[in-house]
Write a protein that binds this ligand. Structure first.
Ligand SMILES: Cc1ncc(COP(=O)(O)O)c(C=O)c1O
Length: 442
């Protein structure tokens, strides 16, 4: 591996990725315009034929029996929990690192999130740690296919079946990803996808709930449109009435989503080709750990998740200092990088305070003794402090963009010893020292 040592943009050199080289995703085509205009001119802008068609088309594309189109992935997650019979005071196991929705959907149903650490390599729920977190209150496991990489579903399903728990897939980032040949969202009891702007299937905003079970579909549906129509199941000893929200989707976005769906297969294949260029071009750089596709899975190439390795980079300070310095230098090169969540879910303000709705709700009224000390989740902490994402590896950006990005990353890592890391990281979060993180090799 030859690293590039030409001057960094940060030090006055030319950026590897010139301004304007990266174009926003998704590209919009004549087909998008035709779908959206037809919808606009139809005069029907709330629920209508595009929403109905999107549900059928997504169910067919993904291989699910049922689909409901909703306002967001968060709404779809909450529906999935309700569909699986979640009640107030129940516990749901979810990974310690994810987007806040993977925990807030549980809290919004007055149930209690119980976090389990992630595996150190792929940062998905670690199946080996689930059983120790199960209590008599546990009702479900909410697995997340983070960054478009499928969670290890077989052992998750095995432990769930052993303990009679429902399995929900948070597939909000993972449209089209495969686990042992199966599309995500077809493996557990119910699943949620997001249609938010930066997702692989984008409609600006939106969500898709899927299940193969007609009873679950109806139970979840009670939440979508104001609710309060559905009496509890007769055999239920602790009934939940399905009090509703307003999560109904709309025609214009559904029309846009339908047009985008016609190209989803091609978009994923293209993004995977760009991932391959990055993997090949960045292999073997000291201090940079590249994402690995887990055996038996096909990622959808949503996020190219890298980690810095301070030991290999011969940096003795905290890992997040190195990460912040690298990210600053990459940004100056024009490389599209981002750090998404710098904190883990047990550190969400409402969770850490155990007070989501005031008066300690929902923990206090259910006398929950669950613990959220971040130090229990060393891999999630390490991930949150060491990773960065190379984004925009998608249409309309092509192979030439991927090659410029490779050049920018090589330049930054080729110049690591010229970076004043402590200065560049002077605004980095020093609380990492107190949060119990430990170094481990990825
Ligand atoms: C893992 C994960 N779950 C849930 C969501 C929520 O999706 P939405 O923004 O559509 O509500 C997101 C959105 O970014 C996500 O990344």
């Amino acid at each position: 591996m030859t690293l590039t040592t030409s001057p960094l943009a940060l030090h006055g050199g030319s950026p590897a990725v010139p301004n304007g080289a990266i174009r926003p995703s998704p590209p919009t085509t004549a087909l998008d315009e035709a779908y959206v205009l037809r919808s606009l001119r139809s005069g029907s802008h709330a629920w209508g034929e595009n929403c109905e068609a999107l549900q059928r088309e997504w169910a067919d594309w993904n291989g699910n029996a049922h689909c409901l189109a909703l306002t967001s992935g968060t709404a779809a997650l909450q529906m999935a929990l309700v569909a699986c019979g979640l009640k107030a005071s129940d516990e749901v196991i979810t990974p310690a690192y994810s987007w806040t929705s993977s925990a807030s959907c549980i809290l919004h149903h007055h149930a209690i999130p119980v976090f389990v650490d992630v595996d150190p390599v792929h940062s998905n729920l670690d199946p080996a740690k689930i059983e120790a977190a199960i209590t008599p209150r546990t009702r479900a496991i909410l697995a997340v296919h983070l960054h478009g990489v499928p969670a290890d579903m077989d052992p998750i399903l095995a432990v769930a079946r052993k303990h009679g728990l429902a399995v929900i897939e948070d597939a909000c980032q993972a449209h089209g990803a495969l686990y042992k040949g199966k599309k995500v969202g077809t493996i557990g009891d119910a699943a949620a996808f997001s249609l938010n702007q930066n997702k692989m299937l984008s409609a600006g905003e939106g969500g898709l709930f899927v299940t193969d079970d007609a009873e679950r579909l109806e139970r979840g549906r009670s939440l979508v449109l104001f609710g309060d129509f559905r009496p509890p199941l007769p055999e239920s000893e602790n009934p939940a009435y399905g009090l509703g929200y307003m999560y109904r989707y709309n025609e214009l976005c559904a029309a846009y989503a339908r047009a985008q769906l016609t190209r989803l297969e091609d978009s994923i294949a293209h993004a995977r080709r760009l991932f391959a260029i990055l993997r090949e071009g960045l292999e073997g750089i000291p201090g940079l750990v590249l994402p690995r596709e887990p055996e038996g899975t096909t990622e959808n190439a949503y996020n190219f998740v890298c980690h810095v390795d301070p030991e290999a980079a011969r940096y003795a300070g905290p890992v997040n200092f190195l990460r912040e310095a690298v990210v600053t230098a990459l940004r100056a090169e024009g490389v599209p990088v981002m750090v998404w969540q710098r904190r883990i879910l047990p550190e969400m303000a409402a969770v850490a305070a155990k007070d989501a709705y005031g008066n300690g709700s929902p923990w206090r009224e259910h006398a929950s003794t669950v613990e959220y000390d971040p130090a229990q989740f060393p891999h999630a902490l390490y991930h949150s402090a060491s990773y960065f994402i190379i984004s925009d590896l998608r249409l309309p950006n092509g192979e030439e963009v991927a090659r410029m990005i490779v050049e920018g990353v090589r330049k930054v890592f080729g110049n690591l010893d010229r970076l004043d890391i402590d200065d560049l990281a002077k605004n980095a979060d020093v609380s990492i020292y107190e949060r119990g993180w430990q170094r481990h090799r990825l």
